[in-house]
Design a protein around this ligand. Sequence first.
Ligand SMILES: [Zn+2]
Length: 449
Amino acid sequence: MAQAFVAERVVTPKGTRRAAVLVEHGLISRVCPVDEVPADAEVMDFGHRVLMPGLVDSHVHINEPGRTEWEGFLTATRAAAAGGYTLLVDMPLNCLPETTTVEALELKRSEAEGKCLVDWAAWGGAVTDNQADLLPLARAGVPGYKCFLIYPGCDGFTMIDRDQLERALPAVAESGLPLLVHAELAAPIDAAVAKLGEADWRKYATYMASRPDEAELEAIEMMIELCRRYRFRLHIVHLSTARALPMLRAAKAEGLAVTVETCPHYLYFAAEQIGDGNTLAKCAPPIRSEENREALWAGLRDATIDLVVTDHSPCPPEMKRLEVGRFDLAWGGIASLSVALPVMWTEAARRGFAVEDLVRWMSAGPAKLAGMQDGVGVIAKGRDANFVVFDPDTEFEVQTDKLHFRHAVSPYVGAKLRGIVEATYLRGEPVWRAGEFDSRRRGRELRLC
Ligand SMILES: [Zn+2]
């Protein structure tokens, strides 16, 4: 028997309208007027709620296997379900072993088995010396690669320099897969830190000064040049400095295959509001000024920035070193999976954006980056029946019981936000509804081949 998901505001590529989404065997079979729903369908009417495609987060640090005490498949996918996400793509660096070989990928697959409430996939890593592993990783089903141009914060995943990159890029180009780049170069950071001398590391201003815009600007400039030479798909992760927007816009206009993401924390917080000692707000590159934040919003408006992903990167609470409050000692990373949609909606709505924009940035955009746009990310015939039932009007205050990831630590605690994820559906069945999780753990890995 078909299911019919009915709502006043169904967000489809053809617009938002009252409609019914018919679902059979977990797939969308048709989007139609409500009066065309078959008489024997099981109808779920969500009234004035928004029915939008399940969100896709292409930037999540799940940390399993190896650092499951930081996060893990069960806790990350549970937080995802409560946040409206139906697909997470895992970053290759914080797990042990790092996802830089097919063997490590296979181990991750066996560890994920039976733990996931929503779907997942895994980026492969491009590191100092694994150029020969890149094409085998592609054949094993990764949707793309991630690399660091600077020390990534943990030792096993090695940063890649320009020479090593140039050895990797022919394989990246041949794979047709995107290379996701943490775009900061060490030289401007080392120079800035040397100038800081005896600065007070409890001050956020010290941390921000230690990671100047130039580190991002020089890295992005180098990557655009390499993209022009090697013709691969370049994706800049977590753009923080809006000063890079003109060169990114120019690279796109030139026809280079460049895409860009930013994160909710760069769009919500600003340096001026971060109290000294508040290491919960530490991430790299850093949250910058209010003026910079508004310029990032402008980058979303003109589509220089293609998508918004969480960079959900938790750690055990003690690693935030709140008792000393020193930004140089604290782990950098912000966890936000279960609140990212209301964070984005709160800020987007007040700037005149619509739910269609959220879908473009948080569903369709990341799905396309991962090459999975034919399966997920939009409400259209043939796609997986993944949905968020979203109440865009109700306000709430973030409390730790809303977080659902392993450690309820986040700079968003106490934030007053707008928009409630009432339910999340994976292939037609609820994984989160009325405050309850589905216990069946039906999430599976999505492979690109
Ligand atoms: Zn990250």
